[in-house]
Design a protein around this ligand. Structure first.
Ligand SMILES: *Cc1c(COP(=O)(O)O)cnc(C)c1O
Length: 352
C-alpha cells in the first residue's frame, strides 16, 4: 500500500457530500503553490506572488477536483452514464473519470472551438464526443434539457458536487500559506470555479479563522457578460476555456467579487497571450491562454493604477496546462534556425 489520502477524504469535514458517494480518483489535487518572484518583479515588484498551478492535475486542468466528486457521487447512486457540455477541459476530465469508474461519458462540444489537447483527451479516454453547431451556452442548455428526460448524470459545474470538489483548491492554498492570501486572481468562464473558491475560503475561515482574500475575476473582452451586465450571444476569445456568453453561475460570481471587496474585469486577447508568454519565459510555467487571464487582469490593474500591490500576498490560479493548446503557440509558424551538421555553423548562430 502506498500512502495516499484522497483529496475528498482529507477535507471531508468541510465538504457537503452525500453518504452514498463512491470513490473514483486519479490522485487529483495537491497541486503546488509556486512562488513567482521574477514575474512579480516584471509587474513592478514590492509584493509576493504565487501561482496555484492547476495544470498539474491528472487531465491537465482544475476540472479534475470537481470531477472526482461528481463522478463519485454519480457512481454511488448507480448512474451508468454521464454527460456534459464543454469548451474542452470538462470533456477530458469527465471522460477520464468516467473511464476510471467504468461508466459511459457523452460530451457536447461547440464545433471547431476546442483546443487540440482537450479533444484528443476526450477521445483517448473513450468518450462519445458530439459536436454542436452552436455555442457552449447552447450545448449546456441541451444537456440540461436532456438530463431532465433521461437518466444520465449531468457533470457540468451546475452539479453541486463539482463545486464541493473544487473548494479543495482554496483549502490547499490556506494550508500552504498558513492563511488566505490578500488577493486571489483567476479566470472566469462559466463561473463555477470562482464560486467554489469563494465558498471554500469562507468555509475554511469559519472553522480555522484563515481570513478571506479579495477576489479578482477576469474575463476575456470578447466574452465578458459579467462585466457588460448582459449575456453575450456570440462570445469570442482565443482563451477558449472562458469563451462563454451566459455563465451558469454568473450571479454567484458577482456576489463573490462584491462580498470579498474584489471585482470582475475584462482583458484583451493580446494581453492574455502576452501574459502567457511572460509567465512561461520568466518562470518556466506554461499555461493555456485562459489560465493566463487572471494574471493579465492583475497586470492591467497595477498598470492602470487601480490596484496598489505593495506588501500584498497574491495568488494567481493557473487553471490549465499549456500542452492543452499547443496550436496557439505554433499557429502562424515557428521560425526555426536551420543549419548543416557542422560545428562552425552552430558557432555562427549561437546567441549566448
Ligand atoms: C473551465 C476553465 C476555466 C473557467 O472556469 P469556470 O469555472 O468555467 O469559470 C478557466 N480556465 C480553464 C483552463 C478551464 O478549463
Amino acid at each position: 500500500m502506498t500512502n495516499f489520502t484522497w483529496l475528498l477524504d482529507q477535507y471531508r469535514h468541510l465538504l457537503n457530500l452525500p453518504a452514498h458517494t463512491a470513490r473514483v480518483t486519479l490522485h487529483e489535487g495537491h497541486t503546488p503553490l509556486i512562488p513567482a518572484p521574477s514575474l512579480a518583479g516584471a509587474l513592478g515588484g514590492g509584493f509576493q506572488l504565487w501561482i496555484k498551478y492547476e495544470g498539474l492535475n491528472p487531465t491537465g486542468s482544475f476540472k479534475d477536483r470537481g470531477m472526482t466528486a461528481a463522478i463519485s457521487e454519480a457512481l454511488g447512486r448507480g448512474a451508468k452514464s454521464v454527460i456534459c457540455a464543454s469548451t474542452g477541459n470538462t470533456a477530458a476530465s469527465a471522460a477520464a473519470y468516467a473511464a476510471r469508474a467504468g461508466m459511459q461519458a457523452v460530451v457536447l462540444i461547440p464545433q471547431g472551438k476546442v483546443a487540440a489537447g482537450k479533444l484528443a483527451g476526450a477521445v483517448a479516454y473513450g468518450a462519445q464526443v458530439v459536436q454542436v453547431d452552436g455555442s457552449f451556452d447552447q450545448a449546456l442548455a441541451m444537456v440540461v434539457a436532456l438530463t431532465e428526460k433521461h437518466p444520465l448524470a449531468l457533470v457540468n459545474s451546475i452539479n453541486p458536487y463539482r463545486i464541493e470538489g473544487q473548494k479543495t483548491a482554496a483549502f490547499e492554498i490556506c494550508d500552504a500559506l498558513g492563511t488566505a492570501p490578500d488577493w486571489l486572481c483567476l479566470p472566469v468562464g462559466n463561473a463555477g470555479n470562482i464560486t467554489a473558491y469563494w465558498a471554500g475560503f469562507k468555509g475554511y475561515h469559519a472553522v480555522q479563522a484563515t481570513g478571506l482574500p479579495q477576489v479578482l475575476g477576469v474575463q476575456a473582452q470578447g466574452s465578458a457578460p459579467l462585466v457588460l451586465g448582459h449575456p453575450v450571444d456570440h462570445p469570442e476569445t482565443v482563451a477558449t476555456a472562458i469563451r462563454i456568453g451566459k455563465p451558469a453561475r454568473g450571479e454567484e460570481a458577482l456576489l463573490a467579487a462584491e462580498e470579498s471587496g474584489g471585482r470582475i474585469i475584462a482583458v484583451s486577447d493580446d494581453d492574455i497571450l502576452a501574459m502567457q508568454k511572460l509567465l512561461a519565459s520568466s518562470e518556466g510555467i506554461w499555461v493555456e491562454p485562459a489560465s493566463a487571464a487572471g494574471l493579465a487582469g492583475l497586470a492591467q490593474e497595477i498598470a492602470g493604477g487601480r490596484f496598489d500591490p505593495h506588501g500584498q500576498r497574491i495568488v494567481a490560479v493557473c487553471t490549465g496546462h499549456g500542452l492543452k493548446d499547443p496550436g496557439i503557440i505554433t499557429q502562424g509558424g515557428i521560425q526555426l534556425e536551420s543549419i548543416p551538421p557542422e560545428l562552425g555553423a552552430l558557432e555562427a548562430v549561437i546567441r549566448s
